[in-house]
Design a binder for this molecule. Structure first.
Ligand code: CP
Ligand code: NVA
Length: 309
């Protein structure tokens, strides 16, 4: 049976730990042609730098090939129905990495595709980012369970995937967001279920200083995600007290890591110059997208292709 990665909730702790180990090994060993002859389609409804380039380089370094399909080219759900696109692509390629607005589109793609579908960011989740971030944390701290990650800002796609992955591997997760921007619904319920098993603690607060206290990692993301441009003015006002800078970092542990998935808005969600602070690991994070996704692609795309559906 083909396997998809649409949400962190599709994974278990053992698989996440295995992916991190494999990615770490691949980072040390460099390129090996484990996916020789395989092709990945990159089906994107939104812009990207890191996700597109890291997936393309991952396939190249694994001896495979990738095809980037831009929003204008495909017209996902406009020029052609998502279900039909999935059925057509399955006849050509061995995997689909899709960046969509709605999570529902990913489910339609996966439900109609005979090849694995990977969530390359949706409005609900960004699982490849969160898994790569666990690799970065593991690399820097030498362990995951028991560490505390404090996410300051919007309870968005990146925060959702981080909450789920932290709770899966036994890390504590704090979120400080303005009222109304918390993590909620099924993501929070699933996170709590994971936390019961792993021993993670979840703290949701409106106070960034409370969340940052004694944290091992301070993490933030943009206040206006792709697709929320119409709310930009209101969001900038609402989030203005949630900027990450020196004051917040000084409340965390002395060896705190500062993380951000990028792109960053200097002087908005982060103080100007923060990316160059010695505590910042944001460019290691960006690099690790490549290594983690190589491990993921080998896991999902190694099996022989099931013929058309
Ligand atoms: N972090 C991340 O996914 O970056 P891109 O939007 O540039 O792919
Ligand atoms: N939350 C951001 C993440 C970008 C990588 C967005 O969805 O635009």
């Amino acid at each position: 049976m083909k396997k998809d990665l649409l949400s962190i909730a599709d994974l278990n702790r053992k698989t996440v730990e295995h992916l991190i180990e494999q990615a770490w090994r691949m980072k040390k060993e460099g390129a090996t042609p484990l996916l020789s002859g395989r092709t990945l389609a990159l089906l994107f409804e939104k812009p990207s730098l890191r996700t597109r380039v890291s997936f393309e380089m991952a396939m190249y370094q694994l001896g495979g090939h990738s095809i980037y399909l831009s929003p204008e080219e495909v017209g996902l759900g406009k020029r052609e129905a998502a279900a039909d696109i999935a059925r057509v692509l399955s006849r050509y390629v061995d995997g689909i990495a899709a960046r969509t607005f709605s999570q529902e589109t990913l489910h339609i793609l996966a439900g109609n595709s005979s090849v694995p579908v990977i969530n390359a960011l949706s409005d609900l989740e960004h699982p490849c980012q969160a898994l790569s971030d666990l690799l970065t944390i593991y690399e820097k701290k030498g362990r995951l369970p028991g560490l505390t990650l404090a996410f300051i800002g919007d309870g968005n796609n990146v925060a959702n995937s981080l909450l789920l992955s932290a709770c899966l591997v036994g890390m504590n997760f704090h979120l400080a967001s303005p009222p109304g921007y918390e993590i909620k619904g099924e993501v929070l319920s699933q996170g709590k279920r994971f936390a019961i098993r792993s021993g993670s603690q979840i703290q949701l607060t409106n106070d960034p200083y409370e969340a940052a206290k004694d944290a091992d990692i301070i993490y933030t993301d943009v206040w206006v995600s792709m697709g929320q441009e119409a709310e930009a003015k209101k969001r900038r006002r609402t989030f203005s007290g949630y900027q990450v800078g020196n004051k917040l970092l000084s409340l965390a542990k002395r060896d705190v890591l500062f993380m951000h998935p990028l792109p960053a808005h200097h002087g908005e969600e982060i103080s100007t110059g923060l990316l160059d602070d010695p505590r910042s690991v944001v460019f290691d994070q960006a690099e690790n997208r490549l290594h983690l996704q190589k491990a993921l692609l080998v896991k999902l795309l190694s099996n022989p292709k099931v013929s058309g559906k």
